[in-house]
Design a protein around this ligand. Structure first.
Ligand code: COA
Length: 169
């Protein structure tokens, strides 16, 4: 039976750090589903449809990524995993500060469905400080984010903020 892993996140927007984790998951599992989900605690820059579109475009542009699909998920992540016959959810663990949040989610996911395992991977060190929020902050203050996200993301961010009349360098 082929192994399927889910890599979930809000992806607002997808960063090179996320791509790194997806590549690592791809080395271990036969196929990977990138699940663009809703985190009710977050007020994203891009809406659900936009986040799916951007994530799909970025994944498609990464030539090394094969057998990776992108899907939007509404509802519980473990239910989505179950519906896809995936037994594993992969998350990146950048620093100790991620641990408490991830532990809480892992325990809750286990309580909701004990058949789905959470697996954590350490990103490449150069991405260990990266987050979507910090990328948005640098961008909105006119900084260069080209080392951290795909050009596709930069174009979408420029479009969004030009449209809103915000000046972007
Ligand atoms: N490299 C770079 N950044 C990374 C990273 C990596 N490897 N791994 C995580 N991050 C960053 C993200 O950029 C993001 O930064 P931000 O907080 O500044 O936006 C943050 O770490 C984590 O966000 P992300 O990876 O996008 O996911 P999330 O923590 O928002 O995801 C869900 C949470 C979507 C998985 C969770 O809310 C969920 O499962 N929702 C579905 C509903 C559900 O089942 N709820 C019950 C859960 S117990």
């Amino acid at each position: 039976m082929s192994s399927i892993a889910i890599v979930p996140g809000t992806f607002d927007p997808i960063t090179n750090g996320h791509i790194d984790i997806i590549k690592r998951a791809q080395r271990i599992f036969d196929s990977v589903i990138v699940a663009v989900a809703v985190n009710s605690e977050k007020n994203p820059m891009f809406n659900f449809t936009e986040r799916i579109e951007i994530t799909k475009e970025v994944i498609k542009s990464e030539k090394e990524l094969k057998n990776v699909e992108v899907e939007g998920v509404k509802g519980l992540l473990v239910d989505f995993a179950h519906s896809k016959n995936a037994k594993v959810i992969v998350r990146g663990l950048r620093a100790v500060s991620d641990f408490e949040y991830e532990l809480q989610m892992a325990f809750m996911n286990r309580r909701l469905n004990d058949e789905v395992e959470m697996i954590y991977m350490m990103p490449y060190i150069k991405y260990s400080f990266l987050s979507s929020s910090i990328v948005k902050d640098v961008f909105l203050n006119g900084g260069d984010i080209s080392q951290f996200v795909s050009d596709i993301v930069i174009e979408r961010m420029k479009k969004k903020f030009f449209n809103k009349g915000v000046l972007v360098k």
